[in-house]
Design a protein around this ligand. Structure first.
Ligand code: TRP
Length: 485
C-alpha cells in the first residue's frame, strides 16, 4: 500500500501544531497553573519541554519518517533496516502500550469535546450568560450527570472528526489544518487583548508572572521533594498531553512528512507555538477570573464554571463567550482529528483495511470507548477502577504512566539502539550538526531516561504502592485486633 503524504511544506507543521494545540492548552494548562502556584509551574513546564519533550518529539517523528510504518511495526522495521536483531520489548512498550493509551485518551477527550459544543449552544442561546453563579454551577453539574446529553454531543464531535479523517491526509487533515490554524491564532490574540483590558486584570498578571516557589516544594521549612516531584510530574504529564507526545501521533504524522523537511526546525516551531498558546490561554482565563473576584485554583471547572460567570459580568460578555467557545471547538477539532487519524492509520496499515472501512472501525472503537467513559463518569453505571471513574482513571493512567513509559522506551530505542541508522534522516536539512547530535545524545541517552525513571518511580510509590500498603496495613490491623480479641 502506498503511504499517503502531506502535499505542502506547511502541511506537517500546521497539522502537528493543530494536534498539539487543543483542550490540553486551553482547558487543562490554565487550571494546572492556577492550582500549582502560577509562574513556578510555567517555569518547570518550560524546562520539561526544552530538555525532555523536544528531543523525544524529534525521536518519535524520525522513527515515523524513516520507517514509513505504523506505530506498532515501526520499531521492527527500523531494526531490520540496520540488520540489528529485533527485540519485541520495543514493539510492546512503545508500540502496543502507545496504542492502548491513544484509545484511552480518545475515549475521554471526545467527552470533554462534547461539553464544548454544549457550551457553545448555551452561549448562542444566551442562556449561559444570563444565569447566576449558582445556576451556572448547576448547568455544569447537570451536564456531567446526564448520560444522554454528554453522549449525544460527544458522538456528534466524533462524527464530524470522522468525516474530516475520511477525506484522507491531503484532502482532509491538511486542508482543514491550513484553514483552521491561522483563524485560531487570530481569535487567540483578539481574546488575549480583550482580557488584558478588563478592570482588575492586573492581579491575574501578578499571579501569573510572580513565582510562588513554595507551591513547588521550596518552603521556608526546607525542600519538600515529594511536592517537587509531584509538580514536575504534573508538568511533564501536561507537556506530553499538550504536545501530543508519547502515544504515536507524532510518529504517524512523521510517516506522512516529506524527506526534505528539517525535523529540528519543525519541532522547534511546534513546541514554541504550543507553549505560547498554553501561556496565552492562561493569560486569557486567569486575569478574567481575578477580575470577576473568583479563585484560580478551582481545577477542571475553571473553563466550564468560572469562565461563564466572568462572561456574565463583563461588557459584551454574550459576544466574547461565543467567540471563546468557538475558539475552543476549533482547537479541539484539529486535535481530535490527530487522535482519530492515529487509530485509523493503525487499521489501514496493520489490519489492511481501506480508509472508509478503517474510519468505520475506528468510529466503532472510539464510540464504544466514549460510551463506557460517559456511563461511568455520569454515574449511570458504577464502573470504577482503583476507586476512580473511567474518565479520571484514563486521564490519570495516560498522563502519569503510559506517556512516560512509552517515551522512556522511545528515548532508549533512538538514543542507544537505532541512532546509527537514524542519524542521517534525523539530521537532514540541518546545519551545526555536531552540536545537534550532542544535544540529542545527552538528552535521549541520559537526561530523558533518568528523569523519566525517577519521576515514574516516585509516582508509582506515591500513587500506587503507598495507597495499597496503607490499605494493607488497615486490614492487617483489623486482623491483629480480631485475633487479640
Ligand atoms: N495535544 C492535544 C491537546 O493539547 C491532545 C492530543 C491530540 C493528544 N492528539 C494527541 C494527546 C495524541 C496525546 C496524544 O489538547
Amino acid at each position: 500500500m502506498k503511504q499517503e503524504k502531506f502535499a505542502t511544506k506547511w502541511g506537517f507543521v500546521l497539522a502537528a501544531a493543530g494536534s498539539a494545540i487543543g483542550l490540553g492548552n486551553v482547558w487543562r494548562f490554565p487550571y494546572l497553573v492556577g492550582q500549582h502556584g502560577g509562574f513556578a509551574f510555567i517555569f518547570i513546564y518550560i524546562l520539561m519541554v526544552a530538555f525532555i519533550c523536544m528531543p523525544l518529539m524529534i525521536a518519535e517523528i524520525s522513527v515515523g519518517r524513516l520507517s514509513r510504518s505504523n506505530m506498532i511495526d515501526a520499531y521492527k522495521s527500523i531494526n531490520q533496516r540496520s540488520g540489528a536483531k529485533h527485540s519485541s520489548v520495543w514493539t510492546f512498550f512503545a508500540g502496543w502500550l502507545g496504542a492502548l493509551g491513544i484509545v484511552m485518551i480518545t475515549s475521554f477527550y471526545f467527552l470533554v469535546a462534547g461539553w464544548v459544543i454544549y457550551y457553545l449552544v448555551q452561549a448562542l442561546t444566551g442562556s449561559l450568560m444570563q444565569s447566576s453563579s449558582r445556576e451556572i454551577e448547576q448547568v455544569f453539574t447537570g451536564l456531567t450527570q446526564s448520560f444522554t446529553q454528554q453522549a449525544f454531543y460527544a458522538l456528534l464531535f466524533l462524527c464530524v472528526t470522522a468525516m474530516v479523517v475520511l477525506g484522507g491526509v491531503k484532502k482532509g487533515i491538511e486542508r482543514v489544518s491550513l484553514i483552521l490554524m491561522p483563524l485560531l491564532f487570530l481569535i487567540f490574540i483578539v481574546l488575549a487583548i480583550q482580557s488584558l483590558m478588563l478592570p482588575g486584570a492586573e492581579k491575574g498578571f501578578d499571579f501569573l508572572f510572580k513565582a510562588d516557589w513554595g507551591a513547588i516544594g521550596f518552603t521556608s521549612n526546607g525542600f519538600d521533594i515529594h511536592q517537587f516531584a509531584k509538580v514536575c510530574l504534573a508538568a511533564l504529564g501536561q507537556a506530553f498531553i499538550s504536545l501530543s507526545l508519547g502515544f504515536g501521533t507524532l510518529l504517524v504524522y512523521g510517516s506522512y512528512m516529506s524527506e526534505k523537511e528539517n525535523i529540528f526546525k519543525s519541532v522547534g516551531n511546534i513546541a514554541v507555538c504550543d507553549t505560547l498558546v498554553g501561556i496565552l490561554s492562561a493569560m486569557i482565563i486567569i486575569p478574567a477570573i481575578f477580575s470577576a473576584g473568583l479563585e484560580p485554583s478551582s481545577g477542571p471547572g475553571l473553563t466550564f464554571i468560572s469562565l461563564p460567570i466572568v462572561f456574565g459580568t463583563i461588557n459584551g460578555g454574550y459576544f466574547w463567550g461565543i467567540v471563546f467557545y468557538l475558539l475552543l471547538i476549533l482547537a479541539t477539532i484539529t486535535s481530535t482529528i490527530s487522535l482519530f487519524e492515529c487509530i485509523v492509520n493503525l487499521f489501514i496499515s496493520k489490519f489492511y483495511q481501506s480508509r472508509p472501512l478503517a474510519t468505520l472501525s475506528a468510529s466503532l472503537l472510539c464510540g464504544t470507548g466514549l460510551t463506557l467513559v460517559t456511563l461511568s463518569f455520569s454515574g449511570v453505571v458504577d464502573i470504577r477502577i482503583l476507586g476512580r471513574d473511567l474518565f479520571t482513571f484514563f486521564d490519570w493512567l495516560t498522563s502519569t504512566f503510559i506517556s512516560a513509559i512509552v517515551s522512556f522506551t522511545v528515548a532508549l530505542f533512538v538514543g542507544y539502539q537505532a541512532i546509527k541508522p537514524m542519524q542521517c534522516s534525523i539530521l537532514r536539512g540541518t546545519t551545526k550538526r555536531p552540536f545537534l547530535m550532542r544535544y540529542l545524545f545527552i538528552t535521549l541517552r541520559i537526561i530523558a531516561p533518568v528523569a523519566l525513571g525517577i519521576l515514574l518511580s516516585i509516582a508509582a510509590y506515591d500513587q500506587i504502592l503507598k495507597p495499597i500498603s496503607i490499605k494493607f496495613m488497615i486490614y492487617y490491623e483489623h486482623i491483629i485486633r480480631f485475633i487479640l480479641g
